[in-house]
Structures are given as structure tokens and as C-alpha cells.
Design a protein around this ligand. Structure first.
Ligand SMILES: [Zn+2]
Length: 52
């Protein structure tokens, strides 16, 4: 079992384009696999990835 390391990854992130709340984007195959978390803005479609 892997330890729970979600605590350092925010569930949401403010969109740097429009200011809307971006949510974790879990529909990409490599989400979390390489130490990255993707976020997608539902308002403008902007995406970012954060290094965990
Ligand atoms: Zn946006």
C-alpha cells in the first residue's frame, strides 16, 4: 500500500487566465503517474499541470 500523499495537492487551483476555479483533471492517462497533477478550467478550458 502506498502512503496517502494527497495532502500536498490541492483539489482546486485558481485559473491564471480567467480566475475561475480549476478542478483536478482526471481523464488523462498519466495523471499522477509521473508526479504531476493536471487541472482544467471548466470556464475557459485552460489546463495546467503541477509537479507534485
Ligand atoms: Zn479559465
Amino acid at each position: 500500500m502506498r502512503k496517502n500523499n494527497k495532502s500536498n495537492i490541492p483539489e482546486t487551483f485558481p485559473c491564471e487566465v480567467c480566475g475561475y476555479t480549476m478542478k483536478k483533471f482526471n481523464h488523462v492517462y498519466d495523471n499522477n503517474q509521473y508526479g504531476k497533477t493536471y487541472y482544467k478550467c471548466d470556464n475557459c478550458g485552460h489546463k495546467i499541470c503541477k509537479i507534485n
